[in-house]
Design a protein around this ligand. Structure first.
Ligand SMILES: [Fe+2]
Ligand SMILES: [Fe+2]
Length: 282
């Protein structure tokens, strides 16, 4: 029975429109330049406009005047653009009407985790090489399986949520062992041919699979996810907050008081969150 539901769920994975797929394939081609990416982004004037707007928003920091799409692509980074295009593509191509949670809350959670993770990565960058562009993108997509499950099997999400509430356990621990936001997210990542780092973030943010080569990335995302939960930006209201893994804290070596400051700084300006959220609004 469960196998059947899983197969049914997998066969209903949302596909992306040809334009979005084309944009993503150009972005992921190592031989593509910012000019190539800007050219292909123009095929979808809405996303092109949103990216230009984001490059000039509070999110970008210092008052900037990025006037060309090519400069916006260079400024924001290819991985960041790629993850934004993915969620935008998902947003316009999926029917989310039966979703058992608020889409606004979902995106607010994901964007907050991305901003916090990026902020931790920036802080840690002074001690070693960290790709903040990669961290932002992986954090933005970490819970994409929840969204997919919400589209293809809203009743499963609702029953996990009810169980989590009645047993006062975190949502992910109340999910079905065989069909949950982690393995559906992994399937989607394969189906969309997402790069290995994004697949690792989706599979490992609750610490199920933690490959050595992604330990730092996963530690940052895992901690950011939980800090964002603590601050109340969870997908459902009053969700039980999961515990932070010791190994993740050891890996980032950030004293807890310093971590609080980094997290608060990342989220203190609501306008920053709003400017990224605009990408997903139609
Ligand atoms: Fe999750
Ligand atoms: Fe999350």
């Amino acid at each position: 029975m469960e196998k059947k539901v899983f197969e049914k769920a997998v066969s209903h994975l949302p596909s992306l429109s040809p334009v979005i797929r084309h944009v993503l394939s150009v972005i992921s081609d190592p031989d593509s330049s910012s000019t190539d990416v800007a050219r292909v982004l123009r095929l979808d004037p809405v996303i092109a406009g949103k990216i230009l707007k984001l490059a000039n928003s509070v999110y970008a920091g210092i008052p900037s005047t990025v006037s060309s799409l090519k400069n916006a692509v260079t400024f924001l980074g290819l991985k960041r653009i790629s993850s934004l295009v993915l969620v935008y593509g998902f947003r316009i191509d999926s029917d989310c009407s039966a979703m058992p949670f608020s889409l606004k809350r979902f995106w607010r959670h994901s964007v907050s985790v991305a901003l916090v993770a990026e902020s931790i990565a920036r802080y840690l960058k002074r001690y070693g090489v960290i790709d903040t562009d990669e961290v932002f993108s992986a954090a933005l997509l970490h819970d994409i399986g929840k969204l997919v499950l919400g589209v293809i099997s809203p009743e499963m999400i609702s029953s996990s949520h009810n169980r989590a509430s009645s047993e006062t356990i975190p949502f992910y621990r109340a999910e079905d062992e065989k069909i949950n936001h982690i393995n559906i997210g992994e399937k989607l990542a394969e189906f969309w041919h997402l790069p290995a780092d994004l697949q690792a973030a989706i599979a490992g943010h609750h610490w199920h699979i933690v490959p050595d080569n992604y330990l730092k990335l996963l530690s940052i995302i895992h901690i950011s996810d939980i800090m964002v939960h603590i601050l109340g930006f969870s997908v459902f209201e009053n969700e039980m907050v999961p515990a932070i893994e010791e190994l993740a804290l050891r890996e980032i070596q950030l004293p807890i008081e310093r971590l609080r400051v980094v997290v608060d700084t990342a989220l203190d300006d609501q306008k920053k969150i709003e400017s990224v959220l605009e990408i997903f609004e139609t």
